[in-house]
Design a protein around this ligand. Structure first.
Ligand code: FE
Length: 219
C-alpha cells in the first residue's frame, strides 16, 4: 500500500489551549472529531504523547479548542505549531483570552471555540487520544474553517514531523535536488530553480509561518 493516499483523509486546523498550573500554552492539532451528539456532546482529539500540550491535558484534564479560519495568519500556526511550549511562552505574541477555568482560548481570526473536559484517554502508538465533553463554547461561528488541505495546498504548509498526518517528502518524486530548503517550523519548502535560497535577502521570512532564513535547512 502507498501510505500517501492517506493524505486524502480530511482533517481540520485547530488551536488547542492548555494550562499547567498557572502557566498557559497552546498547540495546533489536526485530528478532531465529534463522537457523540448526546448532550453534553463528546469529541475526540489526539496529540503526540511526548508533546508538552499532551502532558498538560493528561495532568489538568481540561483544554479549549478553537477552529482556525482561512484568515488565521500562517505566523500563528508557526508560533503554535512545531515549537515546544515546554520552555517557551508560545502565547507571548498571540491574541488570546484566559477563561475563568485557567485555560487560554486563541483568538486570531478563529471561527469559534469550545471548552472541553477530559473523560477518557487511550494510547495508540506515539499518540494519545483524549475523549472530552464540551462544557462551554461560542454562541456563533465566524468565517470559513481552515481545513488541513487548505493549509497544505493553498498556504503551502506542512505538518510537523511528529504529527500523525506528516508524510515525508520523497526527493525522487517531488523533484528536490539539493536546491530545496525546508522550514523547520512549518514544513514549507522553498524550491525556486530561478532564484536560489541563498540569493534571498537576509530579512526574507517564511511566507507560511514568518520564520527567518535561519529556520531553514537544506532538504
Ligand atoms: Fe515556515
Amino acid at each position: 500500500m502507498n501510505y500517501s493516499v492517506l493524505s486524502n483523509f480530511t482533517y481540520g486546523m485547530y488551536a488547542v489551549g492548555v494550562k499547567d498550573g498557572n502557566k498557559v500554552s497552546a498547540a495546533i492539532v489536526t485530528c478532531v472529531s465529534q463522537i457523540s451528539g448526546v448532550k453534553p456532546c463528546k469529541i475526540a482529539i489526539n496529540l503526540n504523547s511526548d508533546s508538552y500540550s499532551c502532558e498538560c491535558i493528561k495532568k489538568e484534564k481540561i483544554f479549549t479548542l478553537a477552529v482556525l479560519s482561512e484568515n488565521t495568519p500562517g505566523s500563528v500556526i508557526g508560533a503554535l505549531g512545531l515549537v515546544s511550549g515546554r520552555n517557551t511562552d508560545k502565547l507571548k505574541n498571540i491574541r488570546h483570552k484566559v477563561l475563568q477555568e485557567g485555560v487560554p482560548v486563541i483568538k486570531e481570526n478563529t471561527c469559534c471555540w469550545t471548552l472541553c473536559k477530559v473523560t477518557d484517554e487511550l494510547t495508540a502508538d506515539d499518540q494519545t487520544i483524549f475523549i472530552a465533553e464540551i462544557v462551554a463554547g461560542s454562541e456563533k461561528s465566524v468565517g470559513t474553517p481552515m481545513t488541513y488541505a487548505y493549509y497544505r495546498d493553498v498556504l503551502g504548509g506542512s505538518a510537523p514531523v511528529d504529527s500523525p498526518v506528516y508524510i515525508k517528502p520523497n526527493p525522487s518524486v517531488d523533484g528536490f535536488g539539493g536546491e530545496a530548503f525546508i522550514c523547520t517550523i512549518c514544513g514549507y519548502v522553498y524550491n525556486d530553480p530561478n532564484f536560489g535560497f541563498e540569493e534571498l535577502p537576509k530579512n526574507w521570512v517564511c511566507p507560511v509561518c514568518g520564520a527567518t532564513k535561519t529556520a531553514f535547512v537544506r532538504n
